[in-house]
Write a protein that binds this ligand. Structure first.
Ligand code: ATP
Length: 359
C-alpha cells in the first residue's frame, strides 16, 4: 500500500507544455483514472511517475519519499503499456519470472510468486504456453501479471486494453478492478474512454491541454461538471448558446432565469433533463429521429435556430414532427468562458436555483 503525491509537476517539449503545473494526491489503495482526449498529457504524466520521463519542474513523492530523480528500476512502481511488449522467445512463466530472476530470488520463491500472479489474472494453466499462442486479452493479462509479481507499491496502467475489442475490454476492466481491490494496490489508469473511467475509478482526473479540468468521483464528474469541457466530455450533453439580459436567457426556446451578469453563456443539460410535451406549448421543435434503446428512447430534436438537442423519453412514447419542450423541467448548468457560473436543479415540484459563489 502506498500514497502518491504529485506536486506542481510540469513537462515541456521544446516550447510547448505536455503537462502544466499538475498536482494530485492519490490515497492508499485508491484507483484514479486520468481521462482526457488525445494529447492532453495523460501518458506523459504517467511516464513521469514511472520514471520514464523526467519532469521539467515539480516533484513526485511515494510514501513521502521524493522519487523525482530516480530511474524506473529504482522506483516502487509497475507499469503496463498499451502494447504489451512480451518476450516472444520465452514462455508465459519465464516472461513473468524475468524480473524476479534479475533480483536473484530463490527458485522456489520465484515459482510460488509466478504461480500466484498467474492465478490472480486467471491464467493458472498457461505458464508453459509461448506468448505468441495467446489472444490479445491473455497477453495483456500476462503483462499485468509481470508487473504485479514484482509487488510494486503503485501500479501504472497506460490504456492497457485500447487494442482489444469492446466486449473484452469491458471484461478485463472488471477483472482489473477486482484484482486491484483484492491486492489493494494504489493504481493510476490512463484512458481516453469515459465509460472505462466511469466504471473503474474511485476518482477521475479530467485532463485537457496538460492541465486538470476537474478531479472528483465518477458520479460527481457526471452530475456536477465544473467546466463546459467536462460537461461535453462525459456522457451525452445538450448545449444551447444564449445571452443573458436582466437575469433571463434570451433564447426563445429557453427563456429561463439565470441570475448572473449580462453576457453570453452556454446552457448545458442532460437528455434526461429535457422533457417533451405535445406541441401546443410555447416553444416547439422538430423531431429529427428517435432511437429505441429498449429501456428508453433518445429523441433528436431541432430548434428553430438549428440547435440540435437530445431528449430521453419513455420507451412507449411516440414523438414525431413537432413537439413542445419544457425548459422549466430542466436541470441545467450555465458556463461562461468554460467556467461554471450558475446551476439550477429541479427536485420534485420545487425548483431550486442556486447562484455560485464565484459567479
Ligand atoms: N517525446 C515527445 N516529444 C515531443 N512532444 C511530445 C513527446 N511526448 C509527448 N509529446 C507531446 O505532449 C503532448 C501530450 O502527449 P501525451 O502522449 O502525454 O498525451 P495523451 O493524453 O497521453 O494522448 P494519447 O491519448 O493520444 O496517448 C502532446 O502534444 C504530444 O505531442
Amino acid at each position: 500500500m502506498a500514497r502518491l503525491t504529485i506536486r506542481n509537476v510540469s513537462k515541456t517539449f521544446g516550447t510547448s507544455f505536455a503537462v502544466r503545473d499538475f498536482s494530485l494526491d492519490v490515497e492508499d489503495g485508491e484507483l484514479v483514472c486520468l481521462l482526457g482526449p488525445s494529447g492532453s498529457g495523460k501518458s506523459t504524466l504517467l511516464r513521469m511517475i514511472g520514471g520514464f520521463e523526467q519532469p521539467s519542474g515539480g516533484s513526485i513523492l511515494i510514501d513521502a519519499k521524493d522519487v523525482t530523480a530516480l530511474p524506473p528500476e529504482k522506483r516502487p512502481t509497475g507499469m503496463v503499456f498499451q502494447s504489451h511488449a512480451l518476450w516472444t522467445h520465452m514462455d508465459v512463466f519465464n516472461n513473468i519470472a524475468f524480473g524476479l530472476k534479475l533480483r536473484r530470488l530463490p527458485k522456489a520463491e520465484i515459482r510460488e510468486r509466478v504461480e500466484n500472479a498467474l492465478a490472480l489474472v486467471g491464467l493458472a494453466d498457461y505458464g508453459r504456453r509461448m506468448t505468441t499462442q495467446l489472444s490479445g486479452g491473455q497477453q495483456q493479462r500476462v503483462a499485468l501479471a509481470r508487473s504485479l509479481v514484482l509487488e510494486p507499491k503503485i501500479l501504472l496502467l497506460d490504456e492497457p486494453f485500447a487494442s482489444l475489442d469492446q466486449h473484452l475490454r469491458e471484461r478485463l476492466r472488471e477483472e482489473v478492478r477486482d484484482i486491484q481491490q483484492r491486492v489493494g494496490i494504489t493504481t493510476l489508469f490512463v484512458t481516453h474512454g469515459q465509460d472505462e473511467a466511469l466504471a473503474l475509478a474511485d476518482r477521475i482526473v479530467v485532463m485537457r491541454d496538460g492541465s486538470t479540468e476537474q478531479i472528483a468521483p465518477p458520479d460527481i464528474v457526471y452530475r456536477e461538471p465544473q467546466t463546459e469541457f467536462v460537461a461535453g466530455f462525459i456522457g451525452s450533453m445538450n448545449f444551447v448558446r444564449t445571452s443573458i439580459r436582466g437575469g433571463v436567457s434570451q433564447h426563445p426556446a429557453f427563456p429561463v432565469a439565470v441570475p448572473i451578469e449580462d453576457g453570453d453563456v452556454v446552457l448545458a443539460f442532460r437528455p434526461e433533463a429535457l422533457s417533451l410535451q405535445p406541441s401546443k406549448t410555447l416553444s416547439t421543435a422538430i423531431v429529427h429521429r428517435s432511437i429505441d434503446f429498449g429501456t428508453h428512447k433518445i429523441v433528436d430534436i431541432d430548434l428553430a435556430d438549428g440547435t440540435r438537442l437530445k431528449a430521453m423519453t419513455a420507451p412507449d412514447s411516440n414523438w414525431s414532427k413537432g413537439v413542445g419542450i419544457e425548459p422549466r423541467a430542466s436541470a441545467f448548468r450555465a458556463f461562461r468562458d468554460n467556467r461554471l457560473v450558475y446551476q439550477s436543479t429541479t427536485s420534485g415540484e420545487r425548483h431550486h436555483d442556486r447562484i455560485l459563489g464565484n459567479a
